[in-house]
Every structure is written in C-alpha cells, then in structure tokens.
Design a protein around this ligand. Structure first.
Ligand SMILES: C[S@@+](CC[C@H](N)C(=O)[O-])C[C@H]1O[C@@H](n2cnc3c(N)ncnc32)[C@H](O)[C@@H]1O
Length: 313
C-alpha cells in the first residue's frame, strides 16, 4: 500500500515522480502537453499523462495527498519576455490554484526559475503566495541550487512548499555537497556527439580550462568559461552551448544524470527530444531532499493534531 498518493502537473519526464517513489508515493494523475514527454512518462512509470492542463476538469482528478507542479517558467524567466501574468502561459498557475481548491491536498511542492523571486520587484511571487495562502495554505519558499544536492549542475530554482495546516513548521534542507563530473560522464561516446574540428579549434583558441574534465559554457555574447560542473541545462538552448572539455556535447544519458535521473530511466525518444526533456526537468536529488523534510513535517503534525484524512504518511 502506498505511503501517499500524488498528482504530477506539468509532469515532463517526472523529476517529481522520481522523488516521490523514493518515499513510497503513488501517482494517481499526471499531465503534460508535450507528446514525447508523455510517451517517455508512460514508458517509465506505466501512467499515461493527460495533455493540456487547461482542458482538465479538476473534478475528474482522483483524491490525492500531495500535489507537485513544475509550472512553465517562460513567463518569469530572464530569457523570456518578462510579461509574467500578462503572458497567457503565466495563467497556467491559475490552473494549479483551481486544482488545489478542488481537492485541498495536505501538501504541495511547486518549482519555478530562480528569477521568479525578483520578477516585477517581487510582486509576481507575492501574488502567487497570496493566492496559495487564500486557499488556507501556509507557504515556505527558497531558491535552492542542484549543486548543493549531489549534482554537478548549477541550477537554481525557486521552490514553494505549502501545508494545509497553518501551524506547519518547515525548514528547507541544508546543502548536502556536490557530485563529481566523473560520476556523470560516459566513457564510450558516439562520434555524433563530437563537434567539428573547426568548432573545437575555435574553442581551444579562445579558452584554456583549469579543469579536466570540465564543462565549457559559451554565453550569448560568445564568452567561454569552464567549470568542474555544468551550467544549467536548458530546453531551448543552442546546440553547442555546453561542451565537455570543449570537444563534445553532453549525451542524453549524461543530461539525465545531471538532473539526478537513474540509469534505469529508459530513453525512448530521439536525442533532441530527450535533451529538451532533460533541460526542462526538475533535479531529482534537490526535490527529494525537500520532499523528505516536508513529509517529516506532515508526520509530525499528524501526530500532534490527528488531522490526517485518508492515506497515511
Ligand atoms: C518546467 S517543465 C516541468 C518538467 C517536470 N517537472 C520534469 O521534471 O520533467 C514544464 C512542463 O510543462 C508542460 N506544459 C506547458 N504547457 C502546458 C499545458 N498547457 N498543459 C500541460 N502541460 C504543459 C511542458 O510541456 C513542460 O514539460
């Protein structure tokens, strides 16, 4: 019997799902508009996600204990057009609100880009938190970095945790150290992942790295830097923006590893689909650490006020 049930909104390839199953979670509903992400989700978890969340009637979602949502970041991202709620995609947050309202789960964990915190002088985050608090949730938020959770990827994300209990007390997990690139990089890499001699030579002329292995990062203005970890993977980034030792792209498996997906995660999509999916995913290790602390708080509060409704955590 499951320890708790959950829904996985904007599920992608299931970064939250990977975290939840570590603690005995059972998924009862998932949705993502991207067809290849849905196919990958089904192949790996045996659940076919629904499509567009705006077409979902909250009444049709089965009862659940925990809601996860890594809602699309484009409206808030510095890479986007900074329109926030004026951008139609921004309103997807309101679908989360209507779904929460219908079932009022004990706990939710939301993920978005780091820039959400400062967007529109903090007003965007304040209205998000206000809407969640109006539903009766006590919320906690923090920017966490995947680098602090055993992954060699600098990926900072805003995490919002909410409890359906105004007495809830919650501390975000402390940094747990970085993983090494050696544990991520594949030994035998297909020639198709290597850049041309021309590109590689240009990189070598422009940059000398202090790290081997290292991930070379070229920013928009063409400046190259390198580190013993990866910069944030991005779904829509140009093809060569991250290169291992200036010579080759990351393989889809390496990108999944950088996000904490185990090698048991089956790759069924094309390289470019998998790169996009990995670039969109939430780092598994980071949200596992958050979920672990949140579940402890649920257990603590259920002991003190006997408030747990159905499934038991
Ligand atoms: C930031 S990603 C979340 C990734 C996910 N947390 C993971 O670990 O893979 C946002 C996801 O929202 C999906 N999406 C965008 N608009 C949507 C909509 N209207 N309905 C459902 N999913 C949508 C995208 O396809 C994308 O996979």
């Amino acid at each position: 019997m499951a320890e708790f049930t959950f829904v996985d909104l904007f599920c992608g390839i299931g970064g939250f799902h990977q975290a939840a199953i570590k603690f005995g979670g059972e998924c009862v509903f998932a949705c993502d508009i991207d067809e290849s992400a849905r196919a990958a989700y089904y192949a790996n978890y045996g659940i076919m996600p629904e499509g567009d969340i705006t077409k979902t009637n909250p009444v049709d979602i089965p009862h659940y204990d925990v809601l996860f949502a890594g809602f699309p970041c484009q409206p808030f991202s510095i890479m986007g057009n900074r329109l926030g709620f004026n951008d139609m995609r921004g309103t997807l947050f309101f679908n989360i609100i209507t779904i929460l309202k219908e079932n009022q789960p004990k706990l939710f964990i939301l993920e978005n880009v780091k820039q959400l915190v400062g967007h529109n002088n903090g007003k965007t985050l304040r209205s998000i938190l206000g809407a969640l608090e109006n539903l009766g949730y006590k919320t906690f938020h923090k920017v966490l970095n995947a680098l602090d959770f055993g992954l060699p990827q600098k990926r900072e994300r805003t995490i919002i945790v909410g409890f359906d209990n105004l007495n809830a007390d919650f501390c975000f997990p402390a940094p747990q150290g970085r993983g090494s690139l050696d544990g991520i990089l594949e030994k035998d890499v297909d020639a198709k992942h290597f850049v041309s001699d021309h590109i590689s030579r240009k990189r070598m002329q422009a940059h000398k790295s202090a790290f081997s292995p290292g991930i070379w990062h070229e920013n928009k203005s063409g400046h190259i830097s390198s580190y013993p970890f990866s910069c944030a993977l991005r779904a829509g980034a140009s093809y060569n923006y991250l290169l291992v030792d200036g010579r080759r792209r990351l393989t889809p498996r390496e990108m999944l590893r950088l996000q904490g997906f185990p090698d048991s995660f089956e790759i069924i999509c094309t390289d470019s689909q998998t790169r996009k999916q990995a670039g969109n995913a939430v780092p598994v290790n980071m949200v596992s650490a958050v979920l672990k602390e949140a579940l402890k708080e649920l257990q603590r509060s259920s002991k003190t006020n006997g408030k747990l409704k159905q499934a038991s955590l």
